[in-house]
Design a protein around this ligand. Structure first.
Ligand SMILES: [Fe+2]
Ligand SMILES: [Fe+2]
Length: 305
């Protein structure tokens, strides 16, 4: 048991445990522990050194630049969306420890948006605009699946929670969409390929440093979502069906967000990463979390949109 806890002390997220046999015994970090972890894991989005990145940017291949601009668009716009749509969950806290953790998550999301904005400004060179205009320009790159997930499903789930912060059903729906689908399945999967690529090539060190900090924060956020859903579903078994229904509805849409422009949604490839590899990574992480939550996934693998 102690060893299992140790595995979680850096990130909190059960998907980082590679030994599947440990999942049954895992002791999840609670909101107070996740809050304390946040205090130990501070970082400054405005002080990352982008000087090498500015040089690397001009020497990227056309394919790298095109892929990177497209991939970063979903992150920049996505972080803006999750920052503003988070307020309903802060209102739905059930005790002071959960309240403390949730406010840290909202600050994290704003910091992530600031990090990507600074990258677009200083490395990509979009200096002739303010943040709102940069967001509007970058938004042109996101696809229909992104709009459905972030502008429709997430916003609607947030509105239902704001309308009634005491509704357990609305909170479970929101956490499933936000923490399990958007953060756990989509963001951390995109982060895995992008981090892996720049680590292998040795380029974009400032971006990589900030992006790894973002991923560490996301693991902590997903750890909260796993803790919350486990507790909610243990108290009321009917909520497990709601979790499954939301996943069944949103996973195919999330899978569509990852499809590069102009490629076959069922069989695509980007800089050596195939849809099969990427979907397998996403599905493995989700399956581990759902096993711990006690809601094993019976729906189809989210490989094909
Ligand atoms: Fe984030
Ligand atoms: Fe997050």
């Amino acid at each position: 048991m102690a060893a299992t806890l140790l595995d979680l002390t850096q990130q909190g997220d059960v998907a980082t445990i590679s030994d599947e046999s440990k999942l049954d015994k895992v002791k999840l970090l609670r909101p107070q522990q996740l809050y304390e972890l946040w205090e130990r894991q501070q970082w400054l989005s405005q002080e990352i050194d982008f000087s090498q990145d500015v040089e690397d940017w001009t020497n990227l291949t056309d394919e790298e630049r095109e892929w990177f601009v497209w991939g970063m668009s979903a992150f920049f716009i996505g972080e803006e969306r999750v920052t503003t749509q988070f307020s309903g969950l802060v209102m739905a806290y059930e005790d002071e420890q959960e309240e403390a953790f949730l406010t840290t998550q909202q600050v994290d999301e704003a910091r992530h948006m600031q990090f990507f904005d600074r990258f677009y400004r200083e490395v990509v060179g979009m200096r002739d605009a303010d943040i709102r205009e940069r967001l509007a320009r970058v938004r042109r790159n996101v696809n229909d699946a992104f709009v459905k997930l972030f502008d429709e499903a997430l916003v609607e789930a947030g509105q239902r929670l704001i309308a009634d912060p005491t509704s357990v059903e609305a909170k479970v729906d929101f956490v499933t969409a936000y923490h399990m689908v958007i953060e756990g399945t989509l963001a951390l999967t995109g982060q895995w390929t992008i981090t892996d690529y720049w680590e292998k090539t040795g380029k974009m060190p400032g971006f990589l440093e900030g992006f790894k900090n973002v991923a560490r924060d996301e693991h902590r956020h997903v750890a909260y979502g796993t803790w919350y859903l486990k507790r909610a579903c243990a108290e009321n078994g009917a909520l497990a069906d709601r979790v499954r229904a939301t996943l069944g509805e949103l996973l195919p849409i999330a899978s569509g967000v990852l499809v590069p422009p102009g490629q076959d949604p069922n069989d695509w490839e980007l800089l050596g990463y195939t849809s099969e590899q990427v979907n397998k990574f996403a599905f493995t992480a989700l399956t581990r979390r759902l096993k711990v939550i006690g809601v094993p996934l019976v729906a189809a693998e989210p490989a094909a949109a």
